[in-house]
Ligand binder design. Sequence first.
Ligand code: ADE
Length: 266
Amino acid sequence: MRIKILTLFPEMFMPVLGRSITGRAIERGILAIEPIDIRAYTKNKHNRCDDYPYGGGAGMVMTPQPVYDCFRAATKDFPARRILLSPRGKTLTQQRARELAQEENLIFLCGHYEGVDQRAVDEWIDEEISIGDYVLTGGELAAMVVIDCLSRHIPGVLGSGESAQEESFSDGLLEYPQYTRPALYEGRAVPEVLLSGHDANIRTWRRERSLDITRERRPELLEKAELTLEDRVYLGLEEPPPKRPRRRKKKAEAPGQDAQNLPESP
Ligand code: ADE
């Protein structure tokens, strides 16, 4: 994927996106990031890219001319979805990040000051994205959040040990707690079941912790999550199905071969 970022602060991006998982994706050629300095396009004799708002009010507005000219140059031979980072946008979700990861090219416009002249937005922007209900000083950090988040869903970006599947939000729930060695640290032990090697019990334990954490911290997520019958029973949303009477096992034909005498699996 190729991403162009139109910004007044192009130097902000590579120290962040050039590292860790996104940095590795860039090195491997899976991802290309090109910050473009909007100021390089201004025709203002003082190099300004902002002006007072018509109608009055606090703050400054990004002028249309450098944004228009910067977009004209950036979109030449580069057909791309064009996104403005703005607190007025639709809030980023894991689902939207997954969809954006399918695009071949993207252009992000980072707003600054009190906003961007609406004519530039109407002319050039396909979609506005917010990263949450709070106001940043500019769109740069928001653009980095969106790029980091979507890049995890580009095939090949995550290594085999890193998964975009088993994580918070992948099925609408928050993730279960994780532990690594040592099994006992400063008096705190890793839950016994995780050391048991019993896959089914581990799966159940993790699912139940996911359900507990989601119910406690983000109960509204449970309404949209993909819940199984077991989940609903665990949460007390449904009665457990009546147990079918267990059929008595036939007597084992050869003595010593019944289930009770089988060796335990590790
Ligand atoms: N610019 C300022 N605040 C923002 C936010 N919450 N999301 C995206 N862009 C922004």
